[in-house]
Design a protein around this ligand. Structure first.
Ligand SMILES: Nc1ncnc2c1ncn2[C@@H]1O[C@H](COP(=O)(O)OP(=O)(O)OP(=O)(O)O)[C@@H](O)[C@H]1O
Length: 593
């Protein structure tokens, strides 16, 4: 007896690795460059001592000796050292840029796969978030925040120099550093939650805005503009108010930090002046006072910079976490089975499946098989699971239980790219990609031979139609194919499905937008498929499509009600009584009940 209880759909297979492994590995490639940056940071920070040393010499030596040549020599030396600093700083920044660009380049493909996998595993929620996160991290790597981290180890060295000048200078700078560090910790505690909430709301507002803009025609046609705008405004206003609060808090901290730092800087001059006044033996000098002020500025600059960059640090951290998760969830690098040319044997055994993430399987306990040359018509009422079955047969959605075999091999173990190249699929909504008709037919293969494109167009019987377009095969179809009519899209989508004469062709309601000429072309295409012994599966609502079918499958509520040779199934349907028993007439002669 068939049962309605099936295993829940588990979604895309996951790989349980340390989520951040791939990101760290991409950064680790730049280990040598990081070491170079460390070395450059050493020299740039060392050269930052130029200022204080010049001050010391000018105040204590030049002003005492009144020697212009000494001043000139010192100034020349200072110019040379600052020039060297400028050159090193420029190289250091370029190195950060190079790391950022290499990081993005090495994860670009993986992130694109993660975005595509995320869209497959969350149907209806297409997202390019992994790509946006990657760009955000790339920007962060080349931002002043990371430079500040490399300068931070120098703070203690500047502090030691301050202590050597006078313990009071050192203590004052240490106090300043501790307070600034405390302020940055407080900043993190108080603002991180607000910033994350803001990021979530902004994402949602962007999503709603995108949806609103994409659907403008139906929105205006149905007078929904105000309601849809209000729905978007709700999230937009929430994101705006959270942005306002987080910015206020951050700028408050930035202002407080700046004011405190100015106070520290001026006060250290006061301390220096006090030391000069009170040192009876002249051990403290005005030069030391100025040098201490500059040194303290250098000691606390990294902390101040980190506080100033807090928002980008938080955003980069959440982008890092999200990207790590997305990459770790990306489809596993399975040991794909090599794929010899498909012959078109299809067998489905005890299949339970549905859209990834669905709580219950849409399809339950499906078993049937097809041989090359079979043309299967899939019938059934709306929501019976026909399109779901089509997607399962292409391999884009995984089975949660049971197995689909192509030429005897589990579809889940086949290399997805090679499998896709040998499959023809025309989805219910023909989604062409922006580009020319030619690009779309050859599936964007830059090396596609012209005769393969032509023969796909001939196989779909749409060559004449293409020639009637403004630029023939070079006609731009627009984003999503919007420059074409729905019928034209569907016929060019059929040519795309038939490109390279695949052995397995799955057509999901291929005549939903066709006129009489289109229907005739489709019949011609199906006859061609049959003649060359391809396995063809057609999801059909209209009886016209059944004409050339050799087998029929009747789905109801996700279960097979009938399956077998067309005539037998049609006879069964016509003699069907209320309360008809579930019966499938298997191709191997078996019945499933
Ligand atoms: N992306 C999805 N996320 C969640 N549920 C889905 C998704 N796609 C389909 N479903 C559900 O799966 C069930 C079967 O849908 P499917 O599109 O396979 O039906 P169908 O037989 O092709 O219907 P129709 O003839 O109307 O196209 C429906 O109940 C639908 O709500």
């Amino acid at each position: 007896m068939m049962t309605n209880q099936g295993p829940a759909v588990s979604g895309q297979a996951t790989r349980h690795t340390l989520p951040e492994r791939k990101l760290f590995a991409a950064l680790a490639q730049a280990r040598a460059t990081f070491i170079q940056i460390g070395l450059f940071s050493w020299f740039t920070n060392l050269l930052m001592l130029t200022g204080p040393l010049y001050m010391l010499q000018v105040y204590d030596r030049v002003l005492n000796s009144q020697s212009v040549p000494t001043l000139a020599a010192l100034t020349l030396l200072m110019l040379v050292l600052y020039t060297a600093w400028g050159a090193l700083e420029w190289i250091r920044t370029s190195l950060f840029n190079a790391i950022a660009s290499r990081f993005e380049a090495s994860l670009g493909n993986l992130s694109a796969d993660a975005a595509l996998d995320l869209s497959v595993s969350h149907p209806g929620k297409a997202t390019d978030r992994p790509l946006r996160d990657l760009r955000l991290i790339r920007r962060f790597i080349a931002s002043p925040a990371l430079t500040a981290l490399f300068d931070a180890p120098w703070s203690p060295i500047f502090l030691i120099v301050l202590f050597l000048l006078h313990p009071l200078f050192g203590l004052w700078a240490l106090f300043g550093a501790v307070v600034l560090f405390g302020l940055s910790v407080l900043n993190q505690v108080l603002s991180s939650k607000l910033l994350e909430e803001n990021a979530t709301l902004e994402r949602l507002a962007r999503q709603r805005a995108g949806e609103m803009v994409r659907s403008v025609e139906v929105i205006d046609a149905l007078g929904m503009r105000e309601q849809v705008k209000a729905r978007w405004r709700q999230v937009f206003d929430a994101s705006d108010s959270s942005l306002f609060s987080s910015r206020n808090r951050l700028s408050g901290f930035a202002a407080l930090t700046k004011a405190f730092r100015l106070f520290l800087q001026s006060a250290i001059l006061g301390i220096g002046a006090l030391l000069v006044i009170t040192s009876s033996d002249g051990s403290s000098t005005p030069g030391e006072m100025i040098a201490a002020s500059i040194l303290m500025g250098r000691a606390i600059a990294p902390i101040e910079q980190i506080v100033g960059q807090w928002q980008s640090i938080i955003s980069a951290r959440s982008a890092w976490q999200a990207l790590s998760m997305a990459l770790s969830r990306a489809a596993p690098d399975m040991q794909s089975m090599a794929l010899p040319p498909l012959k078109g044997h299809v067998s489905i055994d005890a299949l339970h499946a549905g859209p990834p993430g669905a709580a219950f399987p849409v399809l339950r306990n499906l078993s049937f098989s097809l041989s090359p040359g079979d043309v299967l018509g899939v019938l059934g009422p709306s929501a019976a699971g026909k399109s779901t079955l089509a997607k399962l047969l292409t391999g884009i959605w995984p089975a949660s239980h049971g197995v689909i075999r192509l030429d005897g091999a589990d579809i889940a173990t086949l290399d997805p790219v090679r499998r896709g190249q040998q499959t023809g699929y025309l989805p219910q909504q023909t989604d062409l990609l922006s580009g020319t008709v030619r690009d779309n037919i050859c599936r964007f293969d830059p090396h596609a031979p012209a005769d393969a494109i032509l023969s796909a167009a001939h196989a779909a019987a749409c060559h004449e139609l293409i020639l009637s377009l403004p630029d023939g095969y070079d006609t731009d179809v627009g984003e999503g194919g919007t420059y074409l009519s729905a019928g034209q899209r569907q016929r060019i989508g059929l040519a795309r499905a038939l490109y390279n004469a695949p052995a397995l062709v799955i057509l999901d309601e291929p005549n939903s937008n066709l006129d009489t000429a289109g229907e005739a072309a489709l019949q011609e295409a199906i006859a061609g498929l049959k003649a060359r012994q391809a396995t063809t599966i057609i999801v059909a609502h209209r009886p016209a499509l059944l004409r050339q079918c050799t087998k029929l499958l009747l789905l109801e509520a996700g279960e097979i009600k009938l399956f077998g040779p067309k005539d037998e199934v049609l006879r069964e349907i016509s003699s069907r009584q209320p309360g008809l028993k579930v019966r499938t007439i298997g191709t191997r002669g078996e019945s499933h009940g």
